[in-house]
Design a protein around this ligand. Sequence first.
Ligand code: S3P
Length: 175
Amino acid sequence: MKPRNLTRIVITGFMGAGKSSVARELARLLHDSFVDLDDEVTRAEGRTPRELIDEEGEPYFREAETRALRAALEEGTARVIALGGGAVSCAATRELLARRNCLTIWLDAPFESCWQRIAEDDARPFARDRETARRLYEERRKFYSLADYRVEIGAGRSIESVTSEIREVVRSRND
Ligand code: S3P
């Protein structure tokens, strides 16, 4: 596929913040496509993030995640990319985002609403109990805050309202 020069819109934030849903809706509004990095990792590695983390450990998974992001940015055509919640904790991934033409958006959702979603399934090895998830949530804020733009996700805020705020940011950057 032909690489694109257009700014990629990269959605970051903690597990359960709503990254994939927002990315999907934003792509729809922009009449463009999106990819979810967890899905890209699964496709490339033949195992889910949970399997990779449990079977190979976190460093292996982070390398696979960085590779998948590089491929999405260099060879993929999707305009909107939803990262996994821990992607920006990896220096190589942060460097990649800084070097490529990316507008990074942090979905800053309260811990409680993230936790509610996390607790619904067993897919997140780094958040198997509330206290571990809470600690990670606090530790990672310094990485999320490096994003170009922060969207505050108050309780009950709709996906439509979040995506239209992001669309305005994209518009204001004349992209
Ligand atoms: C992770 C978040 C997950 C997935 C993996 C690791 C993390 O993605 O990439 O389980 O380190 O926070 P979501 O944020 O989409 O759940």
